[in-house]
Design a protein around this ligand. Structure first.
Ligand code: IVH
Length: 668
């Protein structure tokens, strides 16, 4: 293909992929299959690699995330970000309406919108191209989180259609849909990490992450609801939103024009119940005067516009009785208390259990058995106890005391300094820990053993067939086939699945071992850095934390795991069975120790490789890619357009800069 045809093909593919992204993520419909989409994306990626001169940071291939930013640059908002004044009842809302009518002498038209409960974001477009995505911050300036925001596929990197102003700004809310939130928390719990309390917290945590490829994997979404009044588009807020929708933004379809406060109240009452059927969290309704000239007349106070108000939904609460507290033991040994309640209706579901999290929370609530408790279902999936009616407490009722021994194996529980959770230290024989570890080992993202699931593990364990992971590989077809519910065919499938698992790559085997805090990403980083299990088992604390993304907590967990003789014995058994405990020849290709001991920061834009590729090369050659500049940084791999603040810091610390070619010759 000649260069000009390549340029045209690249441009056409970009446009096509942008359109499919929009149809899929904004319009919730699609014209092509995921497979076809991926094929086109791959084709574009290949062309962009071959023709780096047509590099475009706004290309759909750049949505997978690449940049490592440790400190977010502070950006001043062009138009200050105001907040909204809140109302909590009908009276206060009617008061707002009276004031508007009094001050304007008009029968105002309102726009009612859902109040999204996420993290607010301001997007700034220059000539139709996304330049900055900035968090609210203190309202005057916020963090530039553009690299992370670019991974949100419902956000246009380039505006569609025509008619947008050369400088355009729009505000909205970044959200983590409930189903994504639930999956993320399940994965966190499986890795022994503390789950996020609600989708808002996990969104806030996600958009401040250093590695935008992780942000990309979290499937965030964003709804837009406001174009600053200084930007003159149309005469009404509603029409402004319509235009924004034509330019590619996701605008909630549940936005409604209302011509009286009674109609507004109807909207509020409807959504007070209906919001639980939405895919994202909302915590109220925002009521805005539709006419922009009227908005301008009404003006703003120092903190909020005088033409808008938020009506906050009351968190759904119910009152019931605490029947008992039970304790669940996870695969890592963490003990979680759960309140068993007299069943009660709350936000459309029957609630029988509430999360109590840990001993501190029980203590803070001063919980007694049979207490009348108040349960709340806010943004959280599992309801929580928010209050106790101490007046109605029976004087002889017993205070809830956190258990001292494991409810499953009676081992004395331990509490690690600085951690809220209690743990059962009996990893070797505590049944839920054994079963949990095996369930994790066979799971899809770990060894992916065909034909097995939680019930099969339970069955094998209860029949004394397996007591640890290695026992799985001693199973005989007849042992399995003779069990209830399992026949010859299923037994064969399991045996074949176990056989096939001997080929599962090292990183997944390491993840499957279930070491606390070693999730899939960390396992990949560790195997890339240490190449085989012996190197990892013999690694010192310093060598561990020298690997990018590996901090104190993870390093200690690894040292702890391999410091236990039983675990080393298990690894030996598994190695003997033939599982992969080193990188394959293919995985080792392109790897070396040439950058061992070097910390390299990547900054700017590059001609030949994306930043993600460069980062991978550093890691594959034994170096550490760091996100922030310090005295310990060995080199700056410098591209074009490096910010002046960064350059100054590098010069001040005397850190040598190398360009892309110099870097490539270092690893040649
Ligand atoms: S309008 C000048 N509309 O609520 C008016 N805000 O307490 C700008 N929010 O910071 C805000 N949904 O993060 C507006 N439909 C909506 C909203 C909304 C959620 C958030 C936003 C803002 C906060 C104000």
């Amino acid at each position: 293909m000649d260069t000009e045809s390549a340029r045209k093909k690249i441009e056409a593919l970009r446009q096509e992929l942008d359109r499919h992204n929009y149809l899929y993520y904004v319009k919730a419909g699609s014209e092509i299959s995921d497979y076809e989409f991926d094929q086109k994306l791959k084709e574009l990626e290949a062309l962009e690699k071959e023709y780096p001169q047509f590099n475009d940071p706004m290309s759909p291939t750049k949505r997978v995330g690449s940049d490592i930013t440790s400190e977010f640059v502070q950006v001043k908002h062009k138009y200050p970000v105001l907040s909204l004044s809140n109302t909590y009842n009908e009276g206060e809302l009617r008061e707002f309406d009276n004031r508007i009518r009094r001050e304007t002498n008009l029968e105002p038209e309102y726009v009612c919108e859902l109040k999204f409960d996420g993290v607010s974001i301001s997007l700034n477009y220059l000539q139709g191209v996304l330049k900055h995505a900035v968090t609210r911050g203190d309202g005057v300036q916020g963090d530039d989180v553009t690299t992370n925001i670019k991974t949100i596929r419902s956000i246009p990197l380039k505006l569609q259609g025509s008619g947008w102003p050369a400088e355009f700004e729009i505000r909205g809310e970044v959200l983590m849909p409930f189903d994504v939130f639930q999956r993320l928390n399940e994965a966190r719990e499986a890795n022994g990490e503390t789950p996020f309390a609600n989708p808002r917290n996990s969104t806030a945590g996600t958009i401040k992450m250093q590695d935008s490829s992780i942000v990309a994997s979290r499937s965030l979404d964003a709804y837009f609801y406001y174009v600053p009044g200084e930007i003159k588009l149309t005469d009404t807020h509603f029409e402004n939103l319509k235009l924004a929708s034509e330019w590619g933004f996701k605008i909630s379809e549940h936005t409604k024009k209302c011509s009286s406060i009674d109609e507004v109240l109807e909207f509020i009452h409807y959504w007070d119940n209906e919001r639980f059927n939405l895919p994202v969290a909302t915590d109220g309704v925002v009521v805005k005067v539709n006419s922009i000239p009227v908005q301008n007349d009404l003006g703003t106070t120092a903190k909020s516009p005088r033409w808008a108000v938020a009506y906050k939904f009351k968190a759904e609460k119910a009152v019931t009785r605490l029947l008992s507290v039970s304790y669940q033991v996870g695969r890592t040994g963490a003990v979680t208390p759960v309140a068993n309640l007299d069943p009660v209706q709350l936000a459309g579901t029957t609630v029988k259990r509430a999360s109590l999290h840990n001993a501190d929370i029980i203590e803070k609530l001063d919980l007694h058995l049979n207490d009348i408790v108040e349960v709340e279902k806010g943004g959280e999936i599992i309801p929580k106890i928010v209050g106790v009616d101490t007046d109605s407490r029976h004087p002889l009722s017993a205070k809830v005391q956190f258990i001292e021994k494991c409810p499953e194996c009676s081992t004395q529980l331990v509490r690690i300094d600085g951690e809220a959770a209690h743990y059962c230290p009996n990893q070797a024989t505590c049944p839920p820990q054994i079963k949990g570890k095996i369930v994790h080992f066979i799971s899809r993202r770990a060894m992916d053993i065909d034909g097995m699931g939680e019930e099969t593990v339970e069955l094998f364990f209860n029949n004394g067939l397996v007591n640890n992971i290695a026992d799985l590989y001693c199973l005989k077809i007849d042992d399995i086939a003779s069990l209830e519910r399992l026949g010859q065919k299923s037994a064969q499938r399991i045996i074949d699945g176990l056989e096939a698992s001997r080929k599962v790559p090292f990183a997944r085997v390491l993840f499957a071992l279930g070491i606390r805090y070693i999730g899939e990403t960390v396992a990949k980083k560790l195997t890339a850095a240490f190449k085989n299990i012996d190197n990892l088992m013999n690694a010192s604390y310093e060598q561990l934390i020298d690997v990018s993304e590996i901090g104190q907590r993870i390093a200690e967990s690894i040292l702890n795991f391999f410091g236990n003789e039983e675990n080393c014995k298990l690894v030996e058994q598994l190695r003997h069975i033939g599982l992969q405990f080193e990188l394959s020849g293919e995985e080792l290709e392109g790897t070396s120790d040439k950058l061992a001991g070097l910390s390299i920061i990547i900054s700017g834009t590059f001609e030949k490789h994306s930043r993600n590729e460069l980062k991978k090369m550093i890691e594959q050659n034994g170096g550490k890619n760091v996100g922030s500049i310090s005295k310990k940084t060995s080199y700056m791999l410098a591209g074009d357009n490096i910010g002046p603040a960064k350059l100054e810091k590098i010069k001040k610390l005397g850190i040598p800069m190398i360009n892309e070619d110099e870097f490539l010759s270092m690893i040649e």
